[in-house]
Design a protein around this ligand. Sequence first.
Ligand SMILES: Cc1cc2nc3c(=O)[nH]c(=O)nc-3n(C[C@H](O)[C@H](O)[C@H](O)COP(=O)(O)O)c2cc1C
Length: 189
Amino acid sequence: MAKLTWKAGALLAPVPPALVTCGTMEHPNVLTIGWTGIVCTHPAMTYISVRPARHSYGIIEQSREFVINLPTSSMAKAVDFCGMRTGAKLDKLAKCRLTPVPAETVAAPLIAECPVSLECKVTEMRPLGSHTMFLAEITAVQVEERLVDSKGKLNLQQAGLLAYAHGEYFALGRKCGDFGFSVRKKPRR
Ligand SMILES: Cc1cc2nc3c(=O)[nH]c(=O)nc-3n(C[C@H](O)[C@H](O)[C@H](O)COP(=O)(O)O)c2cc1C
């Protein structure tokens, strides 16, 4: 397959267009973050990269806490809006009809409409250039009860999560395997 060599760029896709909440229940804010991921399993650690100009930047810098909320495909419009407008000028949660609910381990609220939320405490701030990376420990995970079956297994396929790839939003599609399926022995009949 012929390939074109492009100049360096941030083309990693798909990524979760996370709704990141910060502040407090009384004064919450939310912004959309594409630059996020998991960096360690034990301890469970994540990062978000935020431009210093964002209103949320100062809030997270001061509180050293935030929540990563994973949105569903039906929330695409709210996700885009929270990434286009600043919380310095309006209450984005109220405007998008997103419900803040108290978290267990941080003062920042969760978003009730998001099926999965990761509560995070910042361990390190690293300025990288356009963005500063907030490295953080995940201190609690909240999952919607209806997605957990009687054996305690989380069925994320039923959540209808939203993905973001190179400027476009997608609904996650058909399941095509699960962890380890390529090497799993078939049960004997
Ligand atoms: C899909 C999408 C992904 C985004 N990812 C990031 C990101 O990773 N880091 C960042 O600083 N801004 C990102 N933004 C932009 C912020 O969400 C946007 O500037 C927002 O209005 C900031 O809100 P605030 O001023 O209330 O903090 C993204 C926007 C969109 C639509």
